[in-house]
Design a protein around this ligand. Structure first.
Ligand SMILES: *[C@@H]1O[C@H](CO)[C@@H](O)[C@H](O)[C@H]1NC(C)=O
Ligand SMILES: *[C@@H]1O[C@H](CO)[C@@H](O)[C@H](O)[C@H]1NC(C)=O
Ligand SMILES: *[C@@H]1O[C@H](CO)[C@@H](O)[C@H](O)[C@H]1NC(C)=O
Ligand SMILES: *[C@@H]1O[C@H](CO)[C@@H](O)[C@H](O)[C@H]1NC(C)=O
Ligand SMILES: *[C@@H]1O[C@H](CO)[C@@H](O)[C@H](O)[C@H]1NC(C)=O
Ligand SMILES: *[C@@H]1O[C@H](CO)[C@@H](O)[C@H](O)[C@H]1NC(C)=O
Length: 916
């Protein structure tokens, strides 16, 4: 809302001025007449409680709010909120329980198999009906529906990602009834498959997901039919705003603002593209005023808008003498935006005004030869600076998008930057995210690798399918391209590799057909549109892909996982994750990960006591990845003792904890390996410039690869990410009995640190030895070795300790003060460790303003110290750490007000030694 909310879709351009007088709640409908120069003309409450806002030449009448909902047989009738879906409506009215509770994803399958009708009666004021053209605007319909107004069909929808508008000028009356009749997405997709002349695999998800089939035939969130981390809830509903707009003369359908830097002229321009519906039969002459106050720009020009919804382009040149503060990714600088106002004026009285923030930045994908390595680099330059992308992969934050409110987005995206990340990949099996999502990413400096919404499947390319995809892509490009946060468009998730490696075992006589479909959809159609509509960002055809090499190989590389090119995805649950030799050394790691369970307090909300064991039906049911629970325990057992508490519930909670320990440590070691590889070439491989682990967030309460649980609670991994992604970091590894420590710096200038290396015996808080290095140079944007010592030598000079009875702790010193957090190096598996004691940690909690200080006192060295305040929302400054000092302070930042008393009551402290 407000001046800064406006990017390109119209429902963000209401300028609710402070102090604008609202009519008394019961006042009759009144609408003010257009006044020149005032873009907010009225905000009026109707007797239904519907708000009208109007701007420029258009009047807007929102249809959001309560609607009547019934099923096909009218055996269920209820009221539900729009935007919303039938599941949340049923749950809000108590017709069903929490869909996420226990086994309800299966119990409630009938909802998506039934067909629902949304209807709403409304009065349309004469001021709206009096205008020349009246349209129904649906920002998002999920998914297959027939829309009628006053019993006359106005149109049909079959794409959740498109924006639909229908001309209803001739259909509206004073009293109206709108009805949206949905079809079951599940049945419709199956029907489309039946009608298609050949199979498009995969037909169905694995049984373990309890999902639905043929999702690739419908343009709906692909994970809504189930995924290996999520339930099947293919809901029906109106998931975005719905409204009526009425206007004379002309109407703004879309507007986008894209700053472009001309290197030759060394000059910025802002390209403003708008799409109008013009009601006159002749081209419409308009005056366009563009103002960027902070850059002293006040430009007026005359142009004509042609009928036929063509793109009208206005170019604003930024004075060459202006100093522009650029938009930078998190960690590289600020995210300065410039207010821009544009007015389209026809005959002095018809005015359309739009305001936004424009952000100046350039992005390049660099693929060029590297000394000492075959293949090509693959990295991004923002404003000319090479950037190592640090982050994760984003999935839909809920099965029901109406549950993803502002607060939820704020917590998730704030948690991204708090974990030292600078990027997210919006993965292709979910949804193009909300305007608010990208606006927040713009403001936080989160770079978005944006997939188009196709994942892990082959897709049809019949006429109807390509037509609907074209509309979807055009809409999304127009809606999203003003966002500086989006830095890459990517055609799909894993569909190139699915063909290259024949994931779906297609018979060889069919493969040409699928290759042709692939090229038609992603290259001819989607890439064609991107090049035409937004060539200011790189387009890559898939993830993983080999970039330029994929292009040379006809867009389908033989091996999209080639470490010499592009990005890779890498998963390996069978090998020991502590062994760095198992990891590839790619140019860019865009997916890798390990599963873990959420904490007990998160599971508790959707389960009953009989569910609370690792082998329960519930634990099996929530695991959607074949053998996932076994894989986690196998990985746990490489290095940790089996939990053996005699209390069954305690043992279950310890098991959940151990899966988080395992995940955090595995992804830490793998990510540290990628960061060490930033400026190295080893055996012809390296120059790694991206580490996006799978996955950031959860869609429900279940085991998954996420680092943040459903509800926002940080898993141990997310605390680790805050440290292993920090701009200056250290990490260790061993190669043939030699112990190395590397330093890595993403800072833009050289820095100097000393390194302290200590050895502790597990049973003592007094270090047995310590060595502090001379000042070491950390060159800008670089990684390299800063310490090397043979392990026998190290142990020998440290009171003849052994691998089993000791641990290495190291940290940096800046001007002789500790800098950042300490890191550690295990010399043996912890299941073999000797002398590990129960640490009997005591905790004092005090309050300092809105922050709580947890003072920990320990009796011995303790690995993986985990502070859990159960369901009190917030995050600690550090967690899951190795505790080697007798006394340590940890800070808790609550997301809602809390008290010392509540924190004391909720606090549970777990360390590794407590699990056996
Ligand atoms: C499938 O084809 C039949 C016959 O042409 C048609 O009636 C039906 O609407 C089609 N189904 C879908 C989902 O397009
Ligand atoms: C910039 O200059 C180069 C070389 O003179 C030329 O090839 C290119 O077309 C120019 N680009 C623009 C945008 O004018
Ligand atoms: C822009 O220029 C016009 C005249 O060219 C002037 O009337 C208007 O006040 C200026 N607007 C701003 C914000 O400077
Ligand atoms: C910058 O240049 C523009 C014209 O190119 C001029 O109008 C403006 O006064 C200049 N501003 C400064 C601060 O020199
Ligand atoms: C491929 O072979 C199968 C059986 O061998 C046949 O049913 C199918 O029609 C063939 N497809 C094409 C495209 O030739
Ligand atoms: C677990 O599920 C199976 C199959 O649905 C059922 O037979 C069994 O009784 C369930 N066990 C428990 C403890 O509920």
């Amino acid at each position: 809302m407000g001046m800064h909310g406006a990017i390109s879709s119209l429902h963000h351009v209401f300028h609710i001025l402070p102090g604008f007088p609202l009519p008394a709640p019961n006042s009759r409908t009144s609408l003010q007449i257009l006044v020149r120069g005032c873009f907010l003309l009225g905000l009026v409450q109707l007797s239904f409680g519907t708000f009208i806002a109007s701007y420029g030449t258009a009047q807007v009448f929102s249809l959001n709010g309560l609607w009547d909902i019934r099923n096909a047989e009218s055996s269920i009738k209820l009221e539900g909120h729009v935007p919303g879906c039938v599941h949340t409506a049923l749950s809000a009215r108590g017709v069903i329980k929490d869909p996420y509770y226990r086994f309800n994803d299966v119990a409630y399958k009938w909802i998506a198999h039934d067909e629902w009708i949304y209807s709403k009666a409304f009065k349309l004021p004469p001021e709206i009906r009096g205008l020349q053209k009246i349209i129904l605007v649906c920002e998002g319909i999920d998914t297959v529906s027939a829309i009628s107004l006053n019993s006359i069909l106005v149109g049909k929808t079959d794409n959740m990602f498109s924006r639909y508008t229908f001309d209803i000028s001739k259909l509206v009356a004073e009293e109206n009834l709108i009805e949206i009749k949905f079809e079951s997405a599940v049945r419709w997709a199956k029907d489309k498959r039946t009608n298609h002349s050949y199979p498009i695999p995969p037909a169905c998800p694995p049984d373990v997901q309890n999902g639905e089939c043929h999702v690739n035939f419908i343009r709906k969130a692909q994970c809504s039919f189930s995924w290996d981390w999520g339930p099947s809830f293919p809901s029906q509903g109106i998931w975005k705003d719905i409204k009526i707009e009425a206007y004379n003369v002309f109407h703004l359908d879309y507007i986008s603002y894209v700053p472009v830097f001309d290197k030759n002229a060394s000059q910025w321009t802002v390209v403003i593209e708008s799409v109008f519906d013009v009601l006159t039969s002749n081209p419409l002459p308009v005056l366009v005023e563009t103002i960027i106050p902070a850059l002293q720009i006040n430009q007026s020009l005359e142009l004509t808008i042609n009928p036929g919804r063509k793109v009208t382009e206005v170019i604003v040149k930024i004075h060459q003498n202006s100093t522009i503060d650029l938009w930078w990714p998190n960690g590289y600088g600020s995210q300065t935006g410039y207010e821009l106002i544009v007015r389209f004026i026809y005959e002095k009285q018809y005015i359309i005004e739009n305001a936004t923030k424009v952000y100046f930045r350039t992005v390049e994908l660099v693929e060029e030869p590297i000394d000492g390595s075959l293949g090509l680099s693959f990295y991004l330059k923002i404003n000319g600076i090479p950037i190592f992308l640090k982050g994760s992969n984003w999935i839909p934050a809920d099965s029901f998008q109406d549950n993803v409110n502002s607060n939820k987005l704020q917590i998730l995206l704030q948690s991204v930057v708090e974990a030292s990340m600078n990027s997210l990949r919006v993965w292709g099996g979910g949804v193009y995210e909300s305007d608010e999502f990208y606006r927040r990413c713009d403001e936080l400096g989160i770079m978005i690798w944006q997939d188009f919404m196709f994942a892990c499947a082959l897709y049809p390319t019949d006429g109807w399918f390509l037509d609907t995809v074209r509309e979807e892509v055009i809409h999304q490009l127009r809606r999203l391209k003003s966002h500086p946060s989006i830095i890459v468009w990517s055609g799909n998730n894993e569909n190139e590799v699915a063909i290259a490696q024949n994931w779906f075992a297609v018979p060889s006589n069919m493969s040409d057909l699928y290759v042709k479909d692939y090229l038609t959809l992603y290259i001819k159609t989607i890439r064609g549109l991107v090049l035409e509509m937004d060539d200011t960002r790189p387009f890559i055809s898939s993830s993983p892909t080999n970039g330029k090499e994929t292009v040379l190989e006809g867009w389908l590389a033989k091996n999209p996982y080639d470490q010499h090119y592009g990005d890779i995805h890498y998963y390996n649950y069978a090998s020991d994750c502590w062994d760095w030799r198992i990891y590839p050394r790619p140019r860019f790691a865009s997916e890798y990960g390990f599963q873990s369970w959420p904490s007990f307090s998160t599971i508790y909300a959707v389960s009953v006591p009989e569910d609370w064991s690792y082998k329960s039906n519930f634990s099996l049911h929530r695991q959607h990845h074949n053998f996932g629970n076994e894989q986690m325990m196998n990985q746990v057992e490489f290095h940790y003792k089996k939990p053996s508490n005699s209390d069954a519930l305690q043992q279950f909670q310890d098991t959940l904890y151990l899966t988080q320990v395992m995940q955090a440590q595995c992804i830490k070691l793998q990510t540290e390996f990628y960061r060490r590889s930033m400026t190295e070439i080893v055996g012809g491989l390296g120059h790694t410039m991206g580490a996006l682990y799978w996955q950031l967030n959860d869609i429900w309460q279940a085991p998954s690869w996420s680092s943040i649980e459903y509800g926002g609670k940080w898993k141990m991994l997310h605390y680790y990410a805050k440290n292993f992604f920090s701009p200056v970091a250290t990490s260790s590894y061993e190669d043939r009995e030699i112990f190395y420590i590397y330093g890595v710096s993403d800072l833009q200038e050289d820095n100097h640190f000393k390194l302290a290396v200590r050895v502790y015996k597990w049973d003592s808080l007094v270090p047995v030895c310590e060595r502090v290095t001379e000042e070491l140079r950390f060159p800008a944007g670089s990684s390299g070795p800063i310490y090397k010592e043979s392990v026998p030598e190290l142990l020998g000079r440290c009171a003849n300790t052994t691998r089993l009875d000791s641990v290495v702790v190291f940290y940096l010193l800046h001007k002789d003060l500790p800098y950042g957090v300490q890191n550690w190096h295990f010399l043996s598996s912890l299941k073999d460790a000797k002398g590990l004691l129960k640490p009997n940690i005591t905790v004092w909690i005090t309050q300092e303003n809105s922050v709580y200080v947890f003072t920990l006192v320990t009796c011995s060295v303790a690995p993986f110290v985990w502070l859990d305040v159960c369901d009190i929302p917030g995050r600690f400054s550090n967690n899951g750490f190795l505790l080697a000092e007798e006394q340590t302070n940890v800070y808790f930042y609550p997301w809602r007000p809390t008290t010392v008393e509540d924190l004391k009551k909720s606090l549970r402290v777990t360390t590794l030694r407590d699990t056996y």
